[in-house]
Design a protein around this ligand. Structure first.
Ligand code: CP
Length: 336
């Protein structure tokens, strides 16, 4: 017997016209996204009719950095909701002729964009755009700062796997140990996940070489949001011991300054997530990676595609989560 899906998210409990990072979201708002995603999952799988929630709404993706899964899943999510989806790759736009970010935004708005999904190499760029854009801005990754929909889809994936009957607005990961492993220094995914994982009550351990943990000790002591401490260690075995889930991060060579790592080979030898190392975690511990993966570097190929890996499930869940986010933002925007 199938149980009835939880109630649909409503605009009365969602205050935001933009989604710039998860630190703006209360636990109940995070719960609204996860509940909404659960309702959208049938549509994303093609098992239910498309709702047409965004019919006639212009959704533009504007990416100044490369992307496969985030851009495509936002575009799939928009189409499933009936939006008029436009794709702009900055590398093939008038940006190459010197057009500014704000000029580009104004041009796209004049061409019908009402929801702007943007990725930029500069931390804070979506905040600048949101101050001037008439519609809704969704941050699809800004520099090292934030990647809110990645954190939300990671949390959704853990919710469905570890606590599917729990209220998604509750501390449903209480008593669960989650490890974030690797290049946390450059990772917007780590920053946003620290917020959502600790909000859901997880015991979070951050692990990597000391050069890639700079500043995290101080943050861990102060706590996420000033109240939710986490652990920081260079000891991979201690981090993995009895873990319920491990999130390996991509080594971001494009953001790496010289001298942070002796060599990629040494990094792989000391911090690569291998099957042997994963054995220290709980049996069946879940393995996540936001992608794209450097297999053989931060994660061994047999782990990346092994039975504990949720990597493709994360990608698939991203469509439903982004449908929920777009729906909530549109409701908030049109309610004004
Ligand atoms: N996880 C993620 O942001 O992947 P893309 O760079 O492919 O969008």
């Amino acid at each position: 017997m199938t149980t009835a899906p939880p109630a649909a998210p409503t605009a009365t409990a969602w205050r935001h016209r933009h989604l710039l990072d998860v630190d703006a979201l209360s636990s109940s708002e995070i719960g609204l996204v996860l509940t909404g995603a659960l309702r959208m999952a049938d549509v994303a799988r093609g098992d239910r009719d498309r709702p047409g929630t965004l019919r006639g709404i212009g959704l533009t993706t504007l990416f100044y950095e490369a992307s496969t899964r985030t851009r495509v899943s936002f575009e799939v999510a928009g189409r499933l909701l009936g939006a008029d989806v436009v794709t702009v790759a900055a590398s093939a736009s008038s940006v190459t002729k010197g057009e500014s970010l704000l000029d580009t935004m104004r041009t796209l708005e004049a061409l019908g964009a009402r929801i702007l999904v943007m990725r930029h190499a500069t931390s804070g760029a979506p905040y600048l755009v949101a101050r001037q854009f008439g519609g809704s801005v969704v941050n699809a990754g800004d520099g090292r700062h934030g990647h809110p929909t990645q954190a939300l889809l990671d949390l959704y994936t853990l919710w469905r796997r570890l606590a599917p009957d729990a209220d998604p607005a509750s501390a449903f990961l209480a008593g669960r140990k989650v490890v974030i492993l690797g290049d946390v220094l450059h990772s917007r995914v780590a920053h946003s996940n620290l917020w959502t994982l600790t909000a859901a009550g997880a015991e979070v351990w951050v692990c990597g070489p000391s050069t890639l943990l700079d500043g995290f000790e101080a943050w861990a002591g102060a706590g996420v949001g000033g109240t939710r401490p986490f652990r920081v260690t260079t000891d991979l075995h201690a981090a993995l011991q009895d873990a319920d889930a491990v999130m390996a991060l991509r080594l971001q060579r494009e953001r790496m300054t010289a001298g942070l790592l002796p060599s990629l080979g040494e990094y792989a030898a000391r911090y690569g997530l291998t099957a042997e190392r994963l054995a220290a975690a709980r049996p069946g511990a879940l393995v996540l990676h936001p992608g794209p993966m450097n297999e053989g570097l931060e994660i061994a190929p047999e782990v990346a595609s092994g039975p504990q890996s949720l990597v493709t499930e994360q990608v698939a869940n991203g469509v439903a989560v982004r449908m929920a986010v777009l729906t909530l933002l549109n409701e908030a925007r049109t309610a004004r």
